[in-house]
Design a binder for this molecule. Structure first.
Ligand code: ZN
Length: 481
């Protein structure tokens, strides 16, 4: 790629909160070759490192599209079955395109929803092609799961609550026999051999401890130690998962992960809302990353992660959108602001500094996704840049010297994204995704989803009964208190 220069009214390097005025950034071979103060290059832009979304699922539909708002996680997960299978390239290209338009240059796609229209390696290739066409960096975490398909305990009692037709539907849809742990883990390497390279990496994606057998988790721990492949999984997202974990792991669920080789700096753990202080300390000591999904946690009623406690104990904390951004628009700038506003301070006591926030939204996520350290706008760094419309952001200033960081925190959102550069390539230019025709793909996806929606009529019919039975399960004997 030939040399090019990006001019900026302001640069936030991502290393500290000081802003550099009137900078010329020279990009060569996908890296920042040089930068320095230019002569009157006040072109109305604010440049910072591209944001990282370290927990997502390349999901095709939003919560409100299938009427699943205000449903707690354990009942919401089955609602995902209402979304019919569609072409995986189309679905992923829309998801990645929306992420890019929201300011994100690197995405962790924990691929929990397999469309299943072809064999899995073929589907994975389509997802990787979508990431390359859009231009974002992708970590594709291959979903592994073989336990607790319906609830975090034996499901026979729950099935007994259902009418014969609902029971038949739930059995057929949710209780298929999984592949063996060895076959699922082997699939990760098969997929990696097919798609790794050119901005795409593959990770082990165990769904979570409550969804994976001990045999499977141990296999993944051993394989990751051998291959150095990274691992991404859910951990302690809800109080029901905490309850299940306490009943099943007397030594503690985090200590268990440590015992089986799944607590080290190759591992990132999504959510962690119900972690205890001693568990946070162990995670910090081992160097694993906790990925916080603020909007998602609020939307599916899981809670608020103790981010200030994570930071205080030295945990590496990153940002995820989990396919559930606050306004269903994949706006990573708003997500960053929401997390900061919730966790920044109590009175004069700072709990999440601006440096912490930059690490959260940028460097720690990029590390979880790519394994590389040092995401910043600095000479020698990878040229992953987010370009915001400073002119519009600053249009209402009365005091002309308000620091750019203040405005970033106060009001930056998706509509201010003018450009996104990943590895030197324009992924978003003038607010539009360059590599694919996103509006056309979005229209095509919506039409495909609507056309295929009758295919899930059986689940829709069973859902009221299933939801009631799940509520009874999670408020019943196992989980009281
Ligand atoms: Zn998730």
């Amino acid at each position: 790629m030939s040399e090019r220069t990006i001019n900026a009214s302001w640069v936030l390097s991502g290393i500290q909160d000081a802003a550099l005025a009137n900078q010329s950034i020279v990009i060569d071979g996908g890296k920042i070759a040089s930068m320095g103060q230019g002569q009157s290059q006040d072109n109305g832009t604010l440049v910072l490192p591209a944001l990282a979304n370290a927990h997502d699922h390349a999901r095709v539909a939003r919560v409100s599209q299938v009427g699943s708002y205000d449903v707690p996680l354990e009942a919401w997960l089955p609602y995902l079955t209402l979304i019919p299978a569609v072409d995986p390239y189309l679905a992923s290209a829309v998801s990645f395109g929306r992420s890019a338009r929201g300011g994100v240059g690197s995405v962790m796609a924990h691929y929990t929803r397999v469309q299943g229209l072809t064999d899995f390696p073929t589907e994975a290739k389509a997802v990787a092609r979508a990431a390359r066409d859009v231009g974002i960096r992708l970590a594709f975490a291959v979903h592994c799961r073989d336990l607790n398909p319906l609830v975090y305990d034996p499901h026979e009692t729950l099935l007994g609550e259902l009418s014969p037709s609902a029971c038949e539907c739930v059995t057929r849809r949710f209780l298929r026999k999984p592949l063996s742990p060895a076959d699922q883990v082997a699939m990760v390497e098969t997929v990696a051999a097919e798609i790794e390279g050119e901005g795409v990496t593959v990770q082990y994606g165990p769904a979570g401890v409550q969804w994976c057998s001990d045999a499977m988790l141990r296999l993944i721990g051993e394989a990751s130690a051998r291959t150095k492949r990274r691992v991404h999984m859910h951990l302690l997202e809800t109080k029901y998962q905490r309850n299940w974990a306490d009943r099943n792991f007397p030594q503690g669920i985090v200590r268990y992960l440590d015992e089986i080789g799944l607590l080290n700096e190759r591992v990132s753990l999504a959510h962690g809302i119900y972690l205890r202080p001693s568990e946070m300390e162990l995670i910090a000591e081992r160097g694993a990353t906790i990925v916080v999904n603020t909007s998602s946690n609020l939307i599916v009623s899981s809670g608020v992660a103790p981010v200030a406690e994570f930071i205080k104990r030295g945990c590496r904390v990153a940002m995820g959108l989990d396919g559930l951004s606050f306004d269903e628009d994949e706006d990573a700038l708003r997500e960053m602001r929401l997390a900061y506003a919730l966790h920044k301070a109590s009175g004069f006591d700072i709990r999440m500094s601006r440096d912490d926030l930059m690490r959260f939204a940028i460097a720690n996520g990029r590390f979880a996704i790519t394994g590389e350290v040092g995401a910043a706008v600095t000479v020698g760094a990878t040229a992953d840049l987010l370009i915001l419309d400073w002119k519009e952001m600053s249009a209402e200033l009365i005091e002309p010297e308000v620091p750019p960081f203040d405005l970033l925190l106060a009001k930056a959102k998706q509509k201010h994204v003018k450009g996104l550069i990943v590895g030197g390539r324009d992924v978003v230019r003038d607010g539009r995704v360059t590599g694919v025709d996103l509006p056309a793909l979005e229209a095509e996806l919506l039409a495909a989803l609507r056309a295929a929606y009758p295919n899930t009529a059986d689940v829709r019919a069973a859902m009221p009964e299933l939801k009631a039975a799940l509520r009874k399960h999670y408020t019943g004997a196992f989980y009281c208190g």
